[in-house]
Write a protein that binds this ligand. Structure first.
Ligand code: DAH
Length: 358
């Protein structure tokens, strides 16, 4: 501290230099303390220590009165500059601390009142939905689900189903062949009939066989190279056409509504004898005739018949002792009829605008 004489008697150059040095030291020290103040409380301590009423700067200012009056203005101005600079630095530091605290709070804070981000929910493909519905209806009637492979032998897919190589029906069921001789992608679920029979003999059978089928086709609104089928097979000692009709009419009632009429038309399939196709009353015009049913009032939904004796035999069952019925339907076709979908290609295009409607 500068030597002090009686009041007003700081002498000359010496006192002035001491005060200037003290101011410069205070300026540097306080600036450093402000810079390193880590929070509002630390900042307040620094403020009190250097700029407070009983602080270091006030002490220096008080000493000015001891200075030679001629020197006071210059030193006073210098002290004022220091004071202003420190006050500005204090404000700047306070704002910086506040901004940092705010941004930390923003990133750490979870606003529980904000609605959550929606999690997109998937759903079952329309084909899967209809497959499950079909399986459920037949399960209620005591049918079990039998799985058989998509990759089949030519023998299972054709010969054993009474479709010999020269048969014209082979054209209708043309498919994709693998590089291995006699191995192909099945054109229908019917070969599963042979597999189910060979596995179940000599027990009675009541199964459905859902699965993907493949055909070598031009892809159009009406035909795809892959689609599902659900095959049905019942074999036993006294299975009759009446059982076939009862089962399928029950199915149609549960699928399309109890008031919906069904009819059987004679048809032909190499693996059934006799063969039929089942129609249900048009779900759109209810029999009056419209574009969907091509003015007939009826929609064809499946093929069926009594299992051909040759096929029973190929499955290991004696056709003199056993009989059976079989049917095959296309779930995509049924979905198309139910929802008036006009193009089968939608099923595998994976367009959400289509899929989200189901
Ligand atoms: N497999 C036939 C097809 O793909 C559908 C079929 C018709 C299956 C009659 C059957 C049946 O079991 O009895 O076109």
């Amino acid at each position: 501290m500068a030597p002090r004489g009686p009041r007003g008697a700081f002498f000359g150059e010496r006192g002035m230099r001491d005060i200037s040095e003290a101011l410069a030291a205070l300026d540097a020290e306080a600036t450093a303390a402000l810079e390193s103040a880590a929070d509002e409380a630390a900042l307040e301590q620094v403020r009190v220590r250097y700029l407070g009423r009983k602080g270091a700067l006030a002490a220096i200012l008080r000493a000015l009165v001891d200075l030679d009056p001629a020197q006071r203005p210059a030193i006073g101005k210098c002290a004022n500059d220091v004071k202003q600079r420190l006050e500005a630095a204090l404000t700047a530091r306070r704002e910086a601390l506040l901004a940092a605290a705010r941004s930390a709070a923003e990133s750490a804070h979870v606003d529980v009142t904000l609605p959550g981000r929606p999690i997109p929910m998937g759903r079952l493909h329309p084909s899967t939905q209809i497959l499950r519905r079909i399986c459920q209806i037949f399960a209620d009637m005591g049918f079990q689900i039998y799985r058989s492979p998509d990759v089949e032998t030519e023998e299972m897919n054709f010969e054993l189903l009474n479709i010999p190589a020269y048969h014209p029906a082979r054209d209708m069921w043309d498919t994709f062949y693998t590089t291995e001789e006699g191995i192909l992608l099945r054109t229908h679920t019917s070969p599963g009939q042979i597999r189910a029979m060979r596995e179940s003999w000599p027990h009675p059978i009541r199964v459905i066989l859902p699965g993907m089928c493949y055909r070598y086709e031009q892809i159009t609104a009406r035909s795809e190279i892959q689609f599902h089928q659900v095959e049905g097979l019942a074999v036993g000692r006294h299975v009759t056409m009446t059982d076939l009709k009862g089962t399928l009419v029950s199915f149609a009632h549960r699928m399309f509504g109890a008031e919906r009429r069904a009819r059987f038309r004679a048809s032909h399939f190499p693996f059934t004898e006799p063969s039929a196709e089942m129609d249900v009353e048009c779900i759109l015009c209810e029999g009056a005739g419209c574009a969907l049913c091509k003015q007939t009032g009826w929609l064809e939904i499946l093929g069926c018949g009594m299992v051909h004796p040759t096929v029973l035999q190929n499955g290991g069952y004696d056709p003199m002792a056993y009989s059976g019925f079989a049917f095959g339907m296309g779930p995509e076709r049924i979905t198309m009829l139910k929802h008036r979908i006009e193009d089968i290609r939608y099923f595998w295009t994976n367009d959400l605008r289509f899929l989200e409607q189901f």
